[in-house]
Write a protein that binds this ligand. Structure first.
Ligand code: SF4
Length: 387
């Protein structure tokens, strides 16, 4: 089979790499090009402080973008979701969140699909395709910023980035590093690492790598439950990354970074809102500087666990869980849910229109970690679900 040959895409190059790629262009010229890219120009012709011949030469040898917006949905609450088409046909999604104070946050994906198979997550039920490269990560930000600016010149700012979209960032740390280097360069986007949060399902080696080698960003762990037996079913990554190892890695991160960690708890009705879950959480946070973020599950049609449809916690169930946390002095926040009507909320990505077909072949990959789907877990009957 003949594979398509694509020109190198400049949007994902950190400044130092761009300098090497464009050698022997002088450094100030490379900085100009880097700056134009971060301003979101769509063609080399728009780089008006470069000579005509240089613009033509760049256009011959390179591309500016590796992706394009395929579809766009807007929730009445202001959340926007973009479906983005990559050059090989993969589809990914990115979300723009706006809070009441006009702070805009870009939620970006790092993989097409996800091999982690968390049973409550739509993305985890899709076949894993591949890691994204840094251009494909950076361009999600550019596309979202373009959407934010649409018809509103003052809206052309995104203040925060959360790496909480499709995929497990720690499985694609090298390309994420390059993308963060682009985001934080003062010659370009100029975002502080304090405004970038990377969320992991709990890969201890990745957390240690991040702590030891950067980038210096905020860290969130999608914990969901600290009860190992339940978590092994809800988040299969727990089997290869036991919670004590994950906790030790988090403590190492905190020693290196001195930053508070966010522990995200996706609350599933009748599953992880038990007193035992609070007990386990209380033990897990001992020795950690962490804030708990409660996320009542955002419904995704057709998702089940242990033969039963997943559901949101009942209001009383949620209230009781929060009261138990309060009684024990465990500080928490409750995430304001956004983008649910467009499948743009936490755990819903991958549903704009069905971009993949779930085939047996897709579910079994020889070159990547084996994706575990929610359906494979729905056959099990763990003891806590009753008969
Ligand atoms: S929650 Fe995150 S790590 Fe788990 S399947 Fe979904 S995208 Fe992957």
């Amino acid at each position: 089979m003949i594979e398509a040959v694509f020109k190198p895409v400049l949007s994902g190059y950190p400044l130092s790499e761009l300098q090497e790629l464009l050698h022997p262009l002088p450094r100030f010229r490379v900085k100009q090009i880097f700056s134009w890219i971060s301003r979101g120009v769509r063609s080399f012709a728009e780089m008006t402080d470069l000579s005509q011949s240089l613009r033509a030469d760049l256009g011959e040898r390179f591309s500016l973008y590796a992706s394009e917006v395929a579809a766009r949905l807007k929730d009445p609450d202001g959340t926007e979701k973009l479906q983005i088409s990559l050059r090989d046909g993969c589809l990914i999604e990115a979300v723009l969140l706006t809070d009441g104070e006009e702070r805009r946050t870009a939620c970006l994906s790092t993989q097409a699909g996800c091999p982690q198979g968390c049973v409550f997550c739509k993305t985890g039920a899709l076949p894993f395709r591949r890691n994204l490269d840094s251009a494909e990560i950076v361009e999600q930000f550019l596309h979202l910023r373009g959407a934010a600016a649409d018809g509103d010149a003052d809206a052309n700012t995104i203040s925060n980035i959360v790496i909480m979209g499709m995929g497990e960032p720690m499985l694609n740390l090298a390309e994420l590093r390059r993308a963060v280097s682009v985001f934080t360069a003062s010659e370009g986007f100029g975002l502080s690492g304090r405004r970038i949060t990377v969320s992991t399902s709990g890969i201890a080696a990745g957390i240690r790598d991040l702590a030891d080698n950067g980038p210096r960003v905020r860290l969130a762990l999608s914990l969901t439950t600290a009860d190992t037996a339940l978590r092994e079913h809800l988040m299969p990554v727990t089997k290869s990354n036991p919670l004590p190892e994950v906790k030790a890695a988090l403590q190492h991160y905190q020693q290196c970074e001195g930053r508070r960690i966010t522990l995200e708890m996706v609350l599933l009705g009748g599953l992880n809102t038990r007193r035992e879950d609070v007990d386990a959480l209380q033990a897990f946070i001992r020795g950690l500087d962490a804030v708990i973020n409660l996320i009542p599950w955002n419904p995704v049609e057709g998702m089940s666990f242990a033969g039963r449809p997943l559901r949101e916690p009942e209001p009383g169930e949620l209230a009781a869980f929060m009261a138990e946390l309060e009684q024990r002095g465990i500080a928490f926040t409750r995430r304001y849910r956004k983008g649910r009507t467009i499948g743009g909320a936490c755990g819903q990505l991958g549903g704009m229109r069905e971009p993949y077909s779930l085939t047996t072949r897709d579910r079994v990959s020889t070159s990547t970690p084996s994706p575990v789907t929610s359906t494979s877990f729905s056959r099990r009957q763990p003891p806590w679900t009753g008969s």
